[in-house]
Design a protein around this ligand. Structure first.
Ligand code: AMP
Ligand code: ZN
Ligand code: FE
Ligand code: FE
Length: 280
């Protein structure tokens, strides 16, 4: 049997629905050989995930996902070792502060649009962790204002929709440097979400490589087989590592399963061996 892995997941430390311990157990139940925890703007779930991994025998890779300033949005994953992941915490602290400035604006706008929703309700939904738009979407869903989290994004929360507000972000170059300086490996997340042509992405990867990019997420839940082929080709061309993951969020994205995505994902174990090799 092929050994498969998942290098892009979210827990209750940010906007996933499973605790880090539950996620690691779930990875085992799904037959994965390794799982990376890549919460938005926090390493708060890593200790619990590492402990669970040690207890039940699962290879857990400490990671993060941060947003960089790029239109519409650029996400960068950082992969660390057990010894380095805490080095990135001071940067993450500032990014979390930026979120705290954005969230009340979104709530106020939703109130103006006629929805009764409060910061307290959203904080309760987030259970004290890093608050993201999926939590706001879930409250709108719980109160019957929308039929799904997805609909909340499409109508109100996604870029260009009425309750969208930008948060202050690092530039792509800063994000790459901060991750590298902390001892991590910076990887461009879900390149298909950038909405670029092959040529535009090729050019962008040239620029980002010069700025310190080390890998791209070649396997991703929203990829077509052709997308993945193109990304693997671009990885070779730019001498970048390839990674892959489902972007698992548990019940916040109920159609996406850990490891398998929407049934279309199979990330080979070999990618992790290369990633770990590059970290040394
Ligand atoms: P935030 O970190 O608050 O900006 O929220 C980012 C989260 O929202 C990520 O987990 C995304 O996967 C999710 N997200 C962004 N756009 C959409 C969308 N159009 N539909 C569903 N989820 C989305
Ligand atoms: Zn998320
Ligand atoms: Fe992302
Ligand atoms: Fe993600």
């Amino acid at each position: 049997m092929d050994r498969i892995i998942d290098l892009h997941t979210h827990t209750t430390a940010s906007d996933g629905s499973m605790s880090p311990g539950e996620l690691v157990k779930h990875a085992k139940a799904c037959g994965l050989a390794a799982v990376a925890v890549t919460d938005h703007d926090t390493v708060g779930g890593i200790v619990e995930a590492l402990e669970a991994g040690q207890r039940i025998g699962m290879d857990v890779i400490p990671g993060i996902e941060i947003s960089a300033d790029y239109k519409p949005e650029m996400h960068i994953l950082g992969f660390f070792s057990q010894d380095t992941y805490q080095n990135i915490e001071p940067v993450l602290m500032q990014l979390r502060k930026n979120r705290e400035e954005r969230n009340p604006k979104i709530i106020q706008k939703l109130n103006e649009l006629g929805f009764e929703i409060s910061m307290g309700e959203v904080a309760r939904e987030a259970k004290g962790s890093v608050i993201g738009r999926p939590h706001i979407a879930k409250v709108l869903f719980n109160k019957g204002y929308v039929k799904s989290v997805h609909e909340a994004f499409d109508r109100f929360l996604a870029g260009g929709r009425p309750a969208y507000f930008k948060k202050d972000k690092l530039t792509p170059g800063q994000a790459l440097k901060e991750i590298s300086d902390a001892g991590g490996i910076p990887v461009l997340a879900h390149p298909v979400h950038l909405g670029l042509t092959y040529k535009q992405l090729d050019d962008l990867l040239g620029d980002l490589s010069k700025a310190g990019l080390k890998g791209i997420e070649a396997y991703y839940v929203d990829n077509s087989a052709e997308d993945t082929g193109n990304l693997l080709r671009l990885a070779i061309k730019h001498e970048l590592l390839a990674t892959g993951g489902s972007d698992f969020h548990g019940s916040f994205k109920p159609d996406i399963e850990l490891g398998r995505g929407r049934g279309n994902l199979k990330v080979p174990y070999e990618l992790l061996e290369k990633l770990k090799g590059a970290a040394q």
